[in-house]
Every structure is written in C-alpha cells, then in structure tokens.
Design a protein around this ligand. Sequence first.
Ligand code: IPE
Ligand code: IPE
Ligand code: MG
Length: 249
Amino acid sequence: MENSLKKHIDRDKLPRHIAIIMDGNGRWAKQKGNERIFGHKSGVKAVRETVEAAAELGVGYLTLYAFSTENWNRPRTEIDALMSLLVTSLDKEIDNLMENNIRLEAIGDIESLPNKVKSNLRQAIRKTSPNTGMTLILALSYSARWEILDAMKSIAKKIESGELTAKEISCDHFTDQLQTHNIPDPELLIRTSGEYRISNFLLWQIAYAELYFTQTLWPDFGKEDLYAAICNFQKRERRFGKISEQVVS
Ligand code: IPE
Ligand code: IPE
Ligand code: MG
C-alpha cells in the first residue's frame, strides 16, 4: 500500500510482546443490522490480518483475548456459536500458522472448554510447536484474577509442603507460577471499540505496558491499525519510574 504506516516503523524498536483485547464484534454486527455472531465471524478475518502483520514485522509474541471467564455469563446461544467458531477457525487457520512459522499457545482455564475446542486446540499447539517464528497466545476462558489465584494456590502448596517459606517469595517467584511464565510481559496493550478498561486481562503482566485504545471495532481492525498502534508506541518515552534525563542518556 502506497501510504502504509509500515515504513515508519522502526524494526529495532518493536514491542517484543503485543496483547490485544479484541472488542466490539457485537456492536459492529448490530450497526449493520445483523446478529452478534455475524460480528464474531467477521472478527476472524481481523485476527488473520493482525497475526500476519505482527509475524511479518518480527514481533516475538502476540496475545489475543478471545474469551474471558466472564464471557461464560453470555446467552447460551452466543457461547455455543463462539465455541463452534473456535473449532472451525482453529481448523482453517492451521495452514496459515504453519506457512508463517507461527507457534500457537493458549492460556486460561482450557479444561473448562468443550471437548472439540480442547482437542482442536491441542492439535494446533502440537503441530505448530516446532515453529520458530512468532508465538501466538490465545487467551481462552481466561481471567487474570483466576490466573493469579491459581498461582497463589501453587505457592501455598509449596509452603504447606515445606518446600518454600513466605519470606522467600519474590516477584520472579510469583511470575514463575503464572501461565505466562515463559512469555515476556506485554510492552503494548491494545483495546479496540472505544472501551477504556482492562476487563480482567493479564493484570500482573501489564504492570508497565503502554496502553493504546482505538475506537475501531474489532472486525474493522487490520494491518494498518496495528502499524498505527506500533508507531504510537514507538513515540512514547518509557521511564519505568526514572526521570526523562536518565532514560535519554
Ligand atoms: C469481543 O466482542 C468478542 C468477545 C468478547 C468474545 P464483543 O462480543 O464483546 O462485542 P461488543 O463489545 O458487545 O460489541
Ligand atoms: C473482553 O471483552 C473480553 C474479550 C475481548 C474476550 P468484553 O466485551 O467481554 O468486556 P466487557 O464486558 O465490555 O468488560
Ligand atoms: Mg465487548
């Protein structure tokens, strides 16, 4: 594309890990006079575009929030439609993942997913495991509080068994107990659809992430939207508590 923002991206300063709260499918469909599920179906194309764009640029990790613990409270028909969309999408996208050398992983309460979703997910994870390019992480039946509680429970067990003392618990130790223990923290968090909230996503891991909000509804999100978010990220000064002069030098 002639006027693509891609050429403005500094490849040496890419966010190592981008996390996205893909929001607005329902409203997108409603605006078009369609059922909510039509929005979810249309969101799959945005997923493909974003994954391809991120992998092409050389982003190391991309985490997509696809279904939250709280989303189980939606109407049964919508949950069922989302689950079967997951099954077909995993099936369809596997070749694309292989072609782009992408490794798939998942975080969340995977056990709570329907059997067919679980088996397709496991198969895709197994098949893509030798790939050496970008790691794509799907957050499914995920909530940060659930993940943090789970980590706390494993630490508590270690204390009970005498393997660990309360004094020994460090930030690193806690991070090691999270599902994301082998994934660096996101440096850029994007949320679409004009909502300014985190909705229980990666609470521990985004402690120092740069937040980027866009009005674009998820099905309309494409490569250029990702480039715009990365360009915006690259203009920011990340100080990590220090003062500007310290960071510049
Ligand atoms: C995001 O779109 C997809 C999921 C949460 C599964 P929504 O379904 O939340 O769409 P809106 O926010 O209602 O428009
Ligand atoms: C957050 O979107 C979860 C996902 C994108 C999967 P929601 O649409 O569920 O979030 P709320 O309800 O607006 O906070
Ligand atoms: Mg929503």
